[in-house]
Design a binder for this molecule. Structure first.
Ligand code: CTP
Length: 399
């Protein structure tokens, strides 16, 4: 996609370098349009190197190709980061005295701004009125965040982090191909209680599931996110008016919540790491050393939830499973995955190679996707959000 990133004159411009990098890494063609003031914070060579495109601030360069309007006309998205109080005022007034102004007036693409300024300037009625004007025109706004500001101040006015702006940008570019669908996604890792203070658990953070929920909502779906022990921090990535979070603890609770959601859902995604076994008996009191000897913990098998969802599915309902594998090589990975897909009967299987240092708890992931009958339906690596996009592409393809 063609993305214009407009940088206006604030210290947060240094964070926009990372935003441009995230966008180019995700395969987008990024043109940076800084204002003259912005170049006092981060210089032109940096923007050219990071975007791999020539950068100018002048409406008088590249006149043959009418650059002052062409950039805006050809953009699929325009991001303004940081958006200073002054540039927000210029946008609200429709001023076009530089390349930033002409680009924004010439574009019909979605516009996302990431305000950055001192808290007093953000609170000022003039800024608030300008923001209201932009909102009414359909401009999307990410942030500002509460936190440390330049000069040692703190308050509301800090530019959102590049990752957050990236996610908001990607959401605006998402196709609306899941409009009208309801999806239920389980995520996180179950905890099987041993006694009031201990449990059997696993290392799943729920990041991949939260990203799947965010991507589905961005594409138009109504989402139920069954969240097994996911931290508030991770869940914040799945904040969206179309996402309802149902918190659960154990495999039994997760099973009940998914079966409930299955009554309405068109697509069921089991991304959670479910414990295969649970202690037969849960002690009402904490197990202590005073009991003498090492206490044996007898286990009993948990229900295979995804298999149960497959067995009970309605016609047209699609079930997606995940497989976490630690294979010797790729051949074994695919062989194990195809056996698992057959055993569970899922329409789509997302295969995840995991290890001590990959898959779990990290921001990135790498997966292979099997479609109907074990056919390869794509591979993806990168941020969990980027992987989510590929998973939903495969699901949309299997419907
Ligand atoms: N799953 C489930 N219920 C369980 C265990 C797993 O629904 N009791 C689901 C997971 O959510 C995932 C898929 O089954 O979608 C595969 O999980 P995985 O742990 O890879 O497979 P297992 O069935 O545990 O097989 P194995 O331990 O032999 O790899």
């Amino acid at each position: 996609m063609n993305i214009v990133v407009s940088v206006t004159g604030g210290i947060a411009a240094y964070k926009t370098v990372h935003l441009v990098r995230l966008l180019t890494k995700a395969g987008h063609d990024v043109t940076v349009v800084p204002t003259e003031d912005a170049l006092r914070f981060v210089g032109l060579p940096t923007w050219e190197a990071i975007s791999r495109h020539p950068v100018t601030t002048s409406v008088h360069d590249d006149v043959a190709r009418v650059r002052h309007v062409a950039l805006g006309q050809n953009a699929d998205l325009v991001v303004v980061a940081p958006a200073t109080a002054n540039s927000i005022a210029k946008m609200a007034a429709g001023l076009a005295d530089d390349l930033f102004g002409t680009t924004l007036l010439a574009t019909e693409a979605p516009v996302l701004i990431a305000p950055a300024m001192h808290a007093e300037m953000w609170r000022h009625p003039a800024t608030q009125a300008n923001i209201a004007t932009l909102r009414a025109r359909g401009v999307h706004i990410v942030g500002p965040a509460d936190g440390e500001l330049a000069g040692g101040d703190s308050g509301l006015g800090r530019m959102s982090e590049p990752e957050e702006i990236f996610d908001a940008a990607v959401a605006l570019l998402a196709p609306r191909d899941l409009d009208g669908l309801t999806v239920a996604i389980s995520a996180g890792g179950t905890r099987e209680p041993i006694d009031p203070v201990r449990y059997l658990g696993n290392r799943s953070s729920g990041r991949q599931g939260a990203a799947l929920a965010a991507e589905a909502a961005a594409r138009g779906a109504e989402v139920v996110l069954v969240a097994a022990n996911i931290s508030a921090d991770v869940l914040s990535a799945a904040q969206h008016p179309s996402i309802r979070v149902v918190p659960v603890g154990s495999a039994a609770e997760l099973s009940a919540a998914m079966k409930d959601a299955a009554a309405e859902a068109d697509v069921l995604v089991m991304a959670a790491a479910v414990a295969d076994y649970r202690p037969v008996a849960v002690s009402d009191r904490k197990l202590t050393k005073e009991g003498g000897g090492i206490p044996p913990i007898e286990l009993v098998e948990n229900e295979d939830i995804v298999a149960a969802l497959v067995a009970a599915r309605r016609p047209g309902q699609l079930v997606v499973g995940f497989a976490a594998e630690t294979p010797e090589d790729e051949e074994e990975l695919f062989a194990r995955a195809r056996r698992k897909q057959q055993r569970k009967g899922v329409d789509v299987l997302v295969v995840n190679e995991v290890g001590w240092d990959r898959g779990f708890e990290s921001a990135d992931n790498a997966v292979h996707i099997l479609g109907r009958d074990g056919a390869a339906a794509g591979s993806a690596s990168g941020s969990k959000r980027a992987v989510s996009a590929a998973v939903w592409d495969a699901i949309a393809g299997a419907r």
